[in-house]
Design a protein. Sequence first.
Lengths: 412, 271
Amino acid sequence: MPSDFFLPDPEGQVPTTAGYFGAFGGKFIPEALVAAVDEVAAEYEKAKADPSFAAELDDLMVNYTGRPSALTEVPRFAEHAGGARVFLKREDLNHTGSHKINNVLGQALLTKRMGKTRVIAETGAGQHGVATATACALFGLECTIYMGEVDTERQALNVARMRMLGAEVVAVRSGSRTLKDAINEAFRDWVANVDRTHYLFGTVAGPHPFPALVRDFHRVIGVEARRQILERAGRLPDAALACVGGGSNAIGLFHAFLPDAGVRLVGCEPGGHGVETGEHAATLTQGTPGILHGSRSYVLQDEDGQITEPYSISAGLDYPGIGPEHSYLKDTGRAEYRAVTDDDAMQALRLLSRTEGIIPAIESAHALAGALEVGRELGPDGLLLVNLSGRGDKDMDTAARYFGLYDEGVAK
Amino acid sequence: MTGTIGLLNDVLAGARAENRAALVGYLPAGFPTVDDGVRAMTAMIEGGCDIVEVGLPHSDPVLDGPVIQTADDIALRGGVRIADVIRTVGEVHRATGAPILCMTYWNPVDHYGAERFAADLAAAGGAGCILPDLPVEESDAWRKAAEQHGLATVFVVAPSSRDERLAKITAAGSGFVYAASLMGVTGTRESVGREAQDLVRRTRAVTELPVCVGLGVSDAAQAAEVAGFADGVIVGSAFVKRLLDAPDPDSGLAAVRALAGDLAAGVRRHG
C-alpha cells in the first residue's frame, strides 16, 4: 500500500549521486564524517525500499502528529491582501507546533534503524529542538540540542520545553551566537561522538543526503495542500508562499507545485532592518555562492569568503546560508525570493492574530507579509496559498516587547 | 616562482634519513597580530620545528576546538585578510628557509579562486595546502591548480576511514598524509590513543607518502610516543595556548620557542 505521508524521490527532481541540484549541493565534509554521512545515505535508501518504514511513519503522522494538517481560509486577513483569496496550510497545528516534526520523526526512525542511541541537533527558534527532544522522548534516545546563546534568550520558552522533555540544551557562545554557530558546535560534537550519535539535521541544507532527505520528509506539506486547495477553491493557487531560513518548510510546500508552471513559488527571506542597512539574513537575494555547513549554495560572505553575521528578529530565519535546492530554484527562475523586513513581518503577525484568531510564529509571519504584497499585486481574482509553518507561542516575549503589550513593571 | 613541494619532500626525507620523525608546528596567521604571528612562527622553526602550517583563520572553524577558535577570533577581529596570510607564509619561509604550508577551510580558497590562491601561495614560496573540509571527491579543481604551481595537497585521513578510502585519498594527495589521531576537533588531549597507531599502519599499507599524526599532541612525551610509529608529529593547539597564556609578546615568543625545543627533543627520543 502506498504511503500517504512519505513521498520520497519525486520524478525528475532528485539530486545527482554526488548530491547536486544543478551547481549547488555536494558534500563538503571532513574525512572523519564521511563514513557517518554515507551510513545515513545508505540507511535512507534501505528505508525507502522497506514498506514497514513508511507504514511506521504513516502511523506516527496520523496518530501522533495529527496529519493531515488543516487548510484554513482567512477572509478577514485577505481583505488586507488586495481582496485575493488566501488559504493557510496549518503546519502550526502539528504536534509540537510547527512543520519540523515531519522531518524529525522520519530521521528518528532512521536513527533507530542505524542502532544509534544518541541524537544531537541544532536549533534556531527552538522548534526543531523541541521536535527533536519530543521524538527522543518518544523513542528513548539520549538528546543534546545546540542553540546559540542569543536564541536561548529570545526563545526561552522553547528552552524550557526541551528541558522538560529530557533534552540537554547547550547554549553556544561562539561567533554570532545564533543558528550558524549552533550548527558548527553540533558538527564538532558529531565528529567526536559519531559512533553512537546521529546528527538530526533540521533543515534542507548540510551535506548530501540531508537536503534531499529532509525535503522528502516535508514534501507531505505541499502534496496535502495541493489536494486540499483543489478541493476547496477548485483550482491551483496563483502563488504559494513560505518563509525561508534554511528553507525546509518552503521546499516542503513548493515541491508538489514544481511541475505546475502557473503556480508562482515565492520564498520570503528575513530582511531584518532592511537589506540596505546590511542587517539582514536575506541569503538568496543578497548572497553569493559559497560553501557553508557541507554544501555549496548561496551564502552571506565577505570578499575573503568569511561568513558574515546575519540578523533577523526571527531566530529561526537568522541564518547566512540556504538549502542548495533553493539556490537551484532561484537560478533556474522556477522560484522567486523576496526580502521581508522585521517590521513588515511583525505587522503581519499582529494582523493575522486580530483578524483570524491565529497567532503565527515570527518566521511564518514573513510569509504572511509576503502574501499581503503578492495579493495586492494580483488583485481580487488572486488565489494564494501560504504555509503557516509554526505557531507563535514561543514569540510572545519578543512580540510583547515589540508592541508594548506588557504592563508597566512586568517588562524587564 | 613555483611552490616548494620539493623542499617539503626533502625535509621529510631528511628526517627519515636521520631515523626520526619530522616536527610540524601550526599557528594561525594574524594571531595575535600579523607581525607577531610571523615572529612566533619563525621562533617555532628556530626552536626545532621542521615545517610550519600557517592557518588562514575562518569565521566558521567547524573542525577546531576552543583554543584555535579563540585565536581565529582574535585574528579575524584584528582584520586579518588572505593577503596577510600569504605575506606570513612568504616572510616565514624567507626568514627560515623552511617549507611552509597553508591550512584552512575550503570556502575562503574557493571564493578567492583556487587557481589564484595557488598562484599567490606559490609565489610567496609556500609548499602546499591542507584543506580538511575538502573531500577528495570535490578536490579536482584545487589539485590541478596545486600541481601546476608546485604545491602539495595534503589530505586528512581519520580513524573512521576505511581501507579503500585510504587508498583513494592517498593516491590523490602529495607531500604527506595528515592522520587525525582521534575522532574529534583540534585541541590538546591527555593521551594519544591506539587509534592513531592503527591508522598509521593502515595508511602506510596503501601509500609511500610520509604519514604525519596530528590532533591532541601537546608535549614531548606524546611527541616521542607518536614519533615511534609515524613519520611526523603535528602540534597546533599547544603552541596557540602558549601565546594565549603569555602575559606579553616576548614571553609568548620564548614559550613557543621552548615548546618547539621540547617537542624537537621528543621526536628524536623514540625507539
